[in-house]
Design a protein around this ligand. Structure first.
Ligand code: 26M
Length: 821
């Protein structure tokens, strides 16, 4: 009884006892010798014990019922720290905080100790994590399938203002949240060639003879829903050399050869590619994609057989969502498994396959659309290339029937790009092999239909739907902004946490002076905490009464961090021209990583730090402007940032940001948005009301129009005096100790290309920022707008997104899990 309650009891006394027990028996330490990491590990195991009970009951329930299951295939899962989130979802955060305090420990400090699993680049990976939280919270049977990268997204250092990358060793202190399942390892084939033969029934068949075999080992992490017994699974694959390989080479005496091959095999899951845009056609990347997809599909077939279900039911048992085209090779791999391994005929295999998969597109940038050189593809996956040719032939026959005598269309739509060097087009493969295709915001889906996937929309209009992104209020409100969450709960009860639309009830308090004071006090508290963090990390003193103006996201020219820089330099120029000018004090905060090979993005980071070095120290400024670059932006830091923001910068060129999800997290925490009509900004503005949103800039159509009619950025430079002054200041070397060369690539690009229309949007942006500054002076008005923003963000819960996917695409129902032991 005591043993059991040590592992499951939820009261603060039992939790303390269990914690000390784990410290002794798992970490092998007693308090006098224990490090912070020992304490963190002991607490993590204490929490994990409570998860295990729910996890096992969930698995048992699904197995018994043979429940229809969602499989979310994603090359990235940007989970963020597990400890705090699990405490929230278990409903024991306050008890544990209390218990730790009684032992003289700070729960905040223990949470700080966790190395977050940064197995993603940005929005796409974090969306996958929010969706797993919502799937579990909504009691939907589901599995996340991906790669257990040994090195996740790099850690970012800043040296002399430049980004420097360091490897992310997130596993070095051990990972208490995962359990290896070597008994469910699978084998993956790579390379080699195909052979053709006639089978016993006289059918012409193909056989893959690979030249390499690797083993995939699954590691499982429980994903607990909020206030439910459902604990689903995130299953990530690690690559290893198969044991048989050692054995073979040992026999042939080539020991070093065997070790070398082992090393090559293990490379597959070594490192996350740190790009979030251009696909560079690297063989290892395609290997990673095929590796996790093949492991996962084989695992699903094992599960199906384990439940005595026939293979013909694959699409009835599983709905697979493809998170962008990174797992799109699934379409071909499932066909191969069904046809080559299970002797299914083509028609039936194809019916099962396209009814299984659905594809989410996350980008409109043409350079980000994945394509693989045929040579490379065929050398790694020779059998898959054959199957793609066959899929393509049948597909183009359909196109020909629907659109006769339209050779151009066939060339555009083919799965193979033959305009120069030949490529496999992964987005086309995903469209053909899926029964549903979706964009991630209303505008994005519309642009997919009109532009990027227009031919596919004309061919298969019924496949297309919009699924606007959402974010989880558990991590991004309850955990990260506990004071605001408690204030809200004190007014409207706590059911908003599972039903975010209920935030609307806050509107009744918008003119309640007492509520406004509380709302402001909490924002002020979060700003003060961030100010302390900035003091400790950047050694910059910032004023918590100033307007906190924040842009936190990956660095990319289309996101236009440098447009915000032009605003900063403009304000600085105004001060230099008239030091007594009346100006709303602002703290500009940036955070984000640049892809290591993206020169311009790294130069923009350098420019932020360079401008900061001048502005922060200039006595004429009198502390009214501060510029801060927070290094190593990740989920942990994001959780500190959102609650402290007054103004959220969502300023991408219209038509470029598929959705954005940071925009949602800021607004939910009461920040006002300055933004373009891009991605989900459009819908956020619709929800919060245009009077509560700072809109500027060209629309998508205006951008297209300008581009088509010859955009000349230089004309804006010559006709806008403040713009000219800002550019000249940067170009002169003023921010680079007189070095006029340093920022020349950036300045030249803006004057000559400016493909993201900064100059065209500059005047509108500056005017809008002047509006922002004016409104901020009226704190009552600002607070009203802030409350209304949070109150009207209900639509952007990832629970709503998941409900939409469940109803329209996956056709899957909740399954209730009872605790039986
Ligand atoms: C591709 C090939 C090789 C290596 C890496 C990649 C790759 C990795 C990540 C490409 C794109 C990746 O992510 C793109 C991304 O994060 N897109 C964002 O998705 C969010 C969730 O839908 C949206 O909110 C953002 O607008 C969109 O930019």
């Amino acid at each position: 009884r005591c043993e059991l309650s040590n592992r499951t009891g939820m009261d603060s006394e039992t939790l303390k006892r269990a914690f000390l027990n784990n410290l002794f028996y798992v970490q092998g330490k007693f308090p006098a010798l224990a490090t912070t990491n020992d304490y963190y590990m002991a607490l993590a195991y204490t929490v994990r014990d409570r998860l295990l009970q729910r996890w096992i009951n969930t698995a048992a329930t699904y197995t018994e019922l043979g429940s229809r299951t969602v499989a979310y295939f994603s090359a990235e899962f940007l989970m963020g720290p597990h400890l705090g989130n699990n405490l929230i979802n278990l409903g024991i955060y306050d008890q544990v905080e209390q218990g730790m305090a009684e032992l003289g420990l700070s729960l905040d400090e223990l949470q700080e100790e966790e190395e977050e699993p940064g197995l993603g680049n940005g929005g796409l990976g974090r969306l996958a994590a929010c969706y797993l939280d919502s799937l579990a919270t909504l009691d939907i049977p589901s599995l996340g399938y991906g790669i257990r990268y040994e090195f996740g997204i790099f850690d970012q250092d800043i040296r002399d203002g430049w980004q420097v990358e360091r490897t992310d060793k997130w596993l070095s202190a051990g990972n208490p949240w995962e359990i290896a399942r070597p008994e469910w390892s699978v084998e993956i084939k790579l390379g080699g060639h195909t052979e053709h033969y006639t089978d016993d029934h006289g059918n012409y068949r193909s056989r893959w003879v690979p030249d390499q075999v690797v083993k995939g080992i699954p590691y499982d992490t429980p994903i607990l829903g909020y206030q439910t017994n459902t604990a689903n699974t995130l299953r990530l694959w690690t690559a290893e050399a198969p044991e048989s390989f050692d054995f073979r080479s040992f026999n042939s005496g080539d020991y070093l050869g065997a070790v070398y091959e082992k090393m090559i095999s293990e490379n597959i899951s070594k490192v996350l590619y740190p790009n979030d845009d251009s696909s560079q056609g690297k063989q290892l990347r395609l290997t990673q994609q095929f590796f996790f997809v093949s492991c996962s599909l084989q695992d699903m077939i094992r599960i199906l057989h384990g439940q005595n279900l026939p293979l013909e039911n694959f699409h009835k048992k599983f709905a697979v969502q493809l998170n962008d085209t990174h797992p799109a090779i699934s379409v071909v791999e499932l066909m191969r498994l069904l046809i080559d391994h299970h002797q299914m005929d083509w028609e039936q295999a194809w019916t099962i396959t396209h009814q299984t998969f659905a594809y989410t597109n996350h980008t409109l940038l043409p350079e980000a659309l994945e394509r693989w050189p045929i040579e490379l593809f065929g050398s790694l996956l020779p059998r898959h290339l054959e199957l793609i040719y066959e899929i393509n032939q049948r597909f183009l026959d359909e196109v020909r029937i629907k659109f006769p005598d339209d050779e151009e269309r066939m060339i555009r739509m083919s799965l193979i790009d033959e305009s120069g060097e030949r490529y496999v087009r992964m987005a086309h493969l995903a469209c053909v092999g899926s029964h549903a295709i979706n964009g991630v915001a209303a505008l994005h889906t519309e642009l997919l239909q009109k532009d990027v996937l227009r031919d596919f929309y004309e061919m298969y209009p019924h496949k297309f739907t919009n699924k606007t992104n959402g974010v989880t209020p558990r991590r991004f409100m309850v955990l990260s902004n506990s004071q605001l969450s408690k204030l809200i709960t004190s007014k409207i009860g706590d059911s908003w946490i599972k039903n975010l639309k209920e935030l609307q009830q806050l509107e009744q308090f918008v003119d309640d002076a007492g509520f406004q004071v509380e709302w402001r006090r909490i924002k002020q508290h979060s700003k003060t905490e961030l100010a302390t963090y900035i003091q400790n990390n950047n050694n910059i003193t910032v004023d918590p009464d100033s307007l906190f103006d924040i842009q936190a996201k990956r660095f990319h020219e289309y996101k236009r961090q440098h447009l915000s820089l032009l605003h900063i330099v403009t304000l600085y120029n105004r001060i230099k021209a008239n030091p007594d000018i009346e100006i709303t004090p602002r703290t500009f905060i940036f955070g984000g990583k640049a892809a290591p090979g993206y020169f311009m993005a790294k130069l923009i980071i350098k420019l932020i730090n360079s401008v900061g070095n001048v502005v922060n120290r200039d006595p004429d400024v009198r502390g009214r402007l501060k510029v801060v670059f927070l290094k190593d932006y990740n989920v942990k830091l994001a959780q500190r940032i959102y609650p402290a923001a007054d103004l959220s910068e969502q300023i991408s060129t219209a038509g470029k940001e598929a959705s954005g999800t940071g925009n949602m997290k800021f607004a939910l925490n009461g920040a006002l948005t300055i933004g373009t009509l891009d991605g989900a900004n459009v819908e956020i503005r619709e929800e919060v009301g245009e009077e509560n949103f700072f809109l500027f800039g060209l629309t998508t159509e205006e951008v297209y129009h300008k581009r088509a009619h010859g955009y000349r950025s230089r004309d804006y430079y010559h006709t806008n005096a403040e713009l000219k002054l800002a550019i000249d200041r940067i170009a002169s070397g003023f921010f680079s100790q007189g070095d006029a060369e340093l920022f020349r690539p950036l300045v030249d690009d803006l004057l000559n290309q400016d493909q993201y229309f900064l100059f065209a949007d500059y005047a509108s942006y500056i005017a809008c920022q002047d509006q922002v500054a004016a409104v901020y002076k009226d704190q009552t008005k600002w607070t009203r707008m802030s409350i209304l923003n949070a109150a009207r963000m209900g639509k952007f819960s990832s629970d709503r997104s998941i409900e939409d996917y469940c109803r329209d695409i996956w056709k899957v129902e909740p399954v209730n899990v009872e605790l039986r032991q």
